[in-house]
Design a protein around this ligand. Sequence first.
Ligand SMILES: NC(=O)c1ccc[n+]([C@@H]2O[C@H](COP(=O)([O-])OP(=O)(O)OC[C@H]3O[C@@H](n4cnc5c(N)ncnc54)[C@H](OP(=O)(O)O)[C@@H]3O)[C@@H](O)[C@H]2O)c1
Length: 213
Amino acid sequence: MATKWGICSAGKISNDFLVALETLPAQDHQVVAVAARDLKQARDFAQIRKIPKAYGSYEALANDPDIDVIYVGVLHTVHRDVVLMFLEHKKNVLCEKPLAMNSDEVRELTSAARKVLVILLYQDIPSCMWCPTSIIVNGKETKFPLPHSTKPMHFTNSTGLSYEAEHVRQCLLKGLKESPIMSLKDSELLSNIMDEVRGQLGVKFHQDKKLNI
Ligand SMILES: NC(=O)c1ccc[n+]([C@@H]2O[C@H](COP(=O)([O-])OP(=O)(O)OC[C@H]3O[C@@H](n4cnc5c(N)ncnc54)[C@H](OP(=O)(O)O)[C@@H]3O)[C@@H](O)[C@H]2O)c1
């Protein structure tokens, strides 16, 4: 059975994620709906990409019972609010880097994720805005060849997003509550490291009020 995706936002990375999804077998991944803050934006985005349903609010997407998992393509400044809303509606979520603005926000998300059903949160150090094609760990290199697509994309190597999409599918098929290779604890640890880096550089966000950065 296909994994049914809902796409939250009609922005650039949402487009690239759809291109990546199209490189995977259609019987495994289906896009059911897209939501944008403005219904016309959602409809235009859906029409060009042949997505069956378009919503003019993220809440409407959260209320669609025909969706297995939501790809969160909104700006990271609003990840906290948007992801919490989906979790309240018991929706599975794939949310990319940076997961939130600081470790306080990330812990709000991970504790909400633990209270409700499956969620997959993903975060890496936001040093580059594209998918790596090779990772070396302890001297051992693993290659991630890029699927081919002729569709226009906004970011380099975006078809590499197909790896995370397929991983989400495998987690859902196994009924997992979180990813075994990108755990909620790992997301918390990364956000602590990012807070520390920002603290040392003297970079503050207004969301840091409660943190000693
Ligand atoms: N994996 C990667 O390599 C990668 C690469 C680039 C970006 N990203 C992630 O994707 C996020 C979005 O990047 P993007 O380049 O796609 O940006 P973008 O084209 O500007 O799109 C961002 C979307 O955020 C939504 N949004 C919700 N609340 C908003 C607000 N208050 N102000 C502005 N936008 C708001 C808008 O959705 P509506 O359509 O509903 O208006 C907009 O379309 C980044 O923050 C990052 O987390 C990941």
